[in-house]
Design a protein around this ligand. Structure first.
Ligand SMILES: [Ca+2]
Ligand SMILES: [Ca+2]
Ligand SMILES: [Ca+2]
Length: 227
């Protein structure tokens, strides 16, 4: 009887400890949308009015854009941005949209740079990226980030209010672009969009069931040993 009581205490403590660990780690569902492996090695691809799956169930939707593999070689390759990985090129005045089938997430960072340096310093380029966040239950957030004229990606950070989102849109419309008829939009390269998935309420009962099963297993094993 006394050992039974001790066991119950042990199981309670175990469940409490596991629950504490689980609760403290619940918000840590960071996902990096890195555009890796969407296009095959050495290639680039063109998207028109397309929605393409990224990692962790997220998608990118564009009116027009291109995936670039890190190993893509072009005549103007010296102009292409490189971070040694695959990236996404958005050359369209309309927004690039990131979402996950209506699920709620927050956003922390993204990397961006002009696609080719030949255009840097050109006043017809818009250095500002307008970002709009669509909130669960309605309403929007908005902010702007200013891109430099240097080679290489910059990392931009959102403030902590960028949470409870169901979609985020990035736009870099061309400004004052006479004579640039072949250039329809921002010529902006994107990579490493860091989002946080909200803890799924649906996963919690599953987790509790797992804890209960574990507790029962430990209890039975100890009781067998005691018998
Ligand atoms: Ca990448
Ligand atoms: Ca690749
Ligand atoms: Ca840059």
């Amino acid at each position: 009887m006394r050992s039974m009581l001790r066991m119950t205490h042990f199981v309670k403590r175990l469940v409490l400890a596991l629950a504490l660990i689980a609760t403290s780690s619940l918000p840590a569902f960071a996902v990096v949308l890195d555009f890796e492996g969407v296009v095959s090695s050495g290639h680039t691809t063109q998207l028109d009015n397309a929605t393409v799956p990224l990692n962790a169930g997220f998608t990118v939707t564009v009116e027009h854009g291109h995936f670039y593999d890190s190993g893509y070689i072009a005549d103007n390759s010296s102009d292409l941005p490189t971070n040694g990985t695959d990236w996404f090129y958005h050359d369209n005045p309309n927004a690039l949209r990131i979402e996950k089938s209506g699920e709620v997430f927050s956003i922390q960072f993204f990397d961006a740079t002009f696609r080719d340096l030949a255009f840097n310093g050109n006043t017809r380029l818009n250095h500002v990226i307008d970002v709009t966040g669509f909130l669960e239950g309605g309403g929007t957030l908005s902010t702007t980030f200013t891109v430099d004229d240097l080679a290489g990606f910059q990392t931009f950070a959102f403030d902590p209010s960028w949470t409870g989102l169901i979609a985020v849109e990035f736009a870099n419309p061309h400004v004052n672009a006479p004579g640039l008829s072949s250039v329809s939009g921002g010529r902006m390269a994107y990579d490493n969009i860091v989002v946080d998935e909200a803890p799924l309420p649906a996963a919690l009962p599953l987790f509790a069931t797992g804890l209960g099963t574990l507790g029962m297993l430990v209890y039975r094993r100890k009781r067998r040993r005691a018998a």
